[in-house]
Design a protein around this ligand. Structure first.
Ligand SMILES: C=Cc1c2[nH]c(c1C)Cc1[nH]c(c(CCC(=O)O)c1C)Cc1[nH]c(c(C)c1CCC(=O)O)Cc1[nH]c(c(C)c1C=C)C2
Length: 552
């Protein structure tokens, strides 16, 4: 009998879920991947563009000219660390994409130098605890050093991590409690901008920087934990998946050695941008006899049929019936789709809106005075006020991933081989409304966001020159916010999904268990494997995609 699985959403999570399922399921299982827009890949979008101004990413497939420059809208590099890192590397190698990969070693200045803008200047972030303690640092770091000494002796706080599985607090409150307000607003507030474009006062310490509360739970102090080598956050299944990647009998020795080499790098990227990965997944999937890729069909509803034996997926163009549905839609979008039998808490993980502006300068006119990854800005409640409020940070792309435009430039008699100066300004996030006078994303034109970014670059970096290439995109609801209590809500959602959808619906994607590309791929792989295992062994526990937060 044919089994049908519908995967909703064609971003990295949906593509990965279909990829792993397609390799694991028998030929009689048919997979349909349904994407609402006309292209697969989601937020991952890379495009080479000619000089000019673009108020969205152009769909330009014309032949390349030497002045074209590669611009990224979404993630520009991947960190190959931990189980997610190994799983991405394995996926890249299974897709034979190794020749497309570029890597940045841990010794590269962009891996070591990250900056924070405060006190009206760009300050280098200490790259490790010893460098903070023993290297000369600006006066603003003095209270940081004191707070580290105090944290070592600080008593446990109110959060009872050991006895209350649902204990949680905000990142800000945790860091203020254990370190001090200065560290919480200026350092952690900035890092929260650099990962979640979010507010450290709202985000859950447990679901965003779990390592912090685990160190308090296990070692009584974050600093003590770091000195003792930290805590192991990997589940048994993470370890199993890593082992399978490293010992895969289907991989050659060359592939295994490549994975191990790459795992030691700071970050990896692709010569033609991150979209190389999603395009390759898409191309692979369309060639599989058991996969159908449907684009341009928005899902409007998902419901169990009256027999409870299948799900009916209604889209803007028709109806699909499936024995199991994997949703990789953002939780707040899924909430609307499940209107007939609603699930709790889906609305409580909203995404933030971010203005992403790529700017490129002629390297003979503009030189960046910083050789590092980029800079971030503190939490808006910091005593250090920003001259251009709402700027979350700026990535120095031409430092962070060198050589992506080299071929173009060598052929370009004007550039003469020098990489263009490329950067990306990120604006808004949790401060979107405040930055743009209470207006929502739809009411702010990319033109205005572009102008705002240029004002920022002029103010923070003193760059007045006219960029050769400018591109602005307004990304609506792009990074899910794991607010305080996220994990406890997931636990309830897990139970309710099992109860109401009886193993016919599972959840994956950035709304639940990690926002990074490696996390999304890892969670989709785990879900695909759990589904196949449960269909073979008929596990009594129904698969929902949220297994990892179940309390044993
Ligand atoms: C200024 C805004 C942003 C910058 N990057 C992102 C935003 C919103 C998005 C983002 N950055 C990271 C992730 C997680 C993915 C991952 O692979 O881990 C996401 C969704 C990674 C990241 N970037 C920074 C840090 C500290 C991290 C965590 C992991 C790591 O250490 O690499 C720092 C950082 N991000 C931005 C800048 C300018 C910056 C530092 C100077 C841009």
């Amino acid at each position: 009998m044919t089994t049908r699985i519908a995967v909703l959403g064609g971003g990295i999570s949906g593509l990965s879920a279909a990829f792993y399922l397609s390799r694991l399921v028998p030929e009689t299982t048919k997979i349909v991947l349904i994407e609402g827009s006309d292209r697969a890949g989601g937020w991952i979008r890379s495009q080479r563009v000619s000089p000019g101004t673009y108020l969205s990413t152009p769909n330009d497939n014309t032949p390349q000219n030497p002045e074209d420059v590669l611009l990224e809208v979404g993630p520009r590099s991947l960190r190959p660390v931990g189980p997610g890192g190994t799983i991405v590397l394995d996926m890249i190698s299974q897709l034979n994409l190794q020749p497309e990969v570029m890597s940045v070693p841990k010794t590269d200045p962009s891996a070591k130098n990250r900056y924070i803008y405060y006190d009206d200047q760009i300050n280098t972030l200490p790259s490790s605890l010893p460098s903070l303690l023993f290297k000369p640092s600006p006066p603003v770091f003095k209270s940081v050093i004191q707070s580290i000494v105090n944290e070592f002796h600080a008593p446990p706080g109110s959060a009872d991590w050991a006895h209350d599985v649902d204990a949680d607090e905000s990142l800000y409150s945790f860091v203020e409690r254990r370190f001090n307000r200065h560290v919480a607003l200026n350092l952690v507030g900035a890092i929260t901008h650099g990962v979640y474009a979010g507010d450290a006062k709202n985000l859950s310490v447990k679901s965003t920087f779990r390592v912090l509360c685990e160190n308090e739970k296990v070692h009584g102090s974050v600093v003590k934990g770091m000195i003792k080598g930290g805590v192991d956050l990997q589940t048994a299944n993470d370890k199993k998946m890593v082992r399978e990647c490293l010992e895969n009998p289907g991989s050659t020795e060359q592939q295994k050695t490549w994975i191990q080499d790459m795992a030691g790098q700071s970050v990896i990227g692709f010569k033609n941008g991150t979209e190389t990965l999603t395009k390759s997944l898409r191309d692979w999937l369309v060639n599989q006899p058991n996969v159908e890729l449907v684009t341009g069909e928005q899902v409007s509803s998902v419901e169990l049929t009256s027999s409870n034996n299948e799900c009916k997926v209604t889209t803007t163009k028709g109806t699909h019936f499936a024995d199991h549905v994997i949703s990789t839609l953002p939780a707040n979008v899924l909430d609307k789709v499940l209107a007939k039998t609603p699930l709790m808490h889906l609305k409580e993980t909203p995404g933030v809106d971010v203005g992403v502006v790529n700017l490129v300068y002629d390297p003979y006119t503009v030189q960046l005075p910083y050789d590092g990854f980029g800079f971030l800005t503190p939490h808006p409640d910091s005593d250090y006020k920003l001259p251009v409020p709402g700027t979350l940070g700026v990535v120095f792309d031409s430092n962070a991933m060198r050589g992506q435009d080299q071929k173009q430039n060598q052929a370009n008699s004007v550039g003469g081989g020098e990489d263009p100066v490329k950067m990306t300004v990120m604006i808004g996030g949790h401060q979107w409304q405040k930055t743009f006078g209470g207006r929502s994303v739809g009411q702010v034109s990319p033109d205005e966001v572009l102008e705002y970014a240029q004002k920022g670059v002029q103010t923070y970096l003193g760059i007045d020159a006219n960029p050769t290439h400018k591109m602005a995109n307004v990304l609506s609801s792009c990074i899910p916010q794991y607010r305080v209590g996220h994990e406890a809500r997931l636990r309830q959602l897990d139970r309710q999904t099992s109860d109401l959808y009886r193993g016919r619906l599972s959840l994956a994607g950035a709304s639940y268990l990690g926002v990074s590309v490696p996390d999304c791929i890892k969670n989709s792989r785990e879900l695909a494997e759990n589904l196949v295992r449960s269909s073979i062994f008929g596990h009594s526990k129904l698969v929902t995609g949220l297994e990892r937060i179940r309390v044993p």
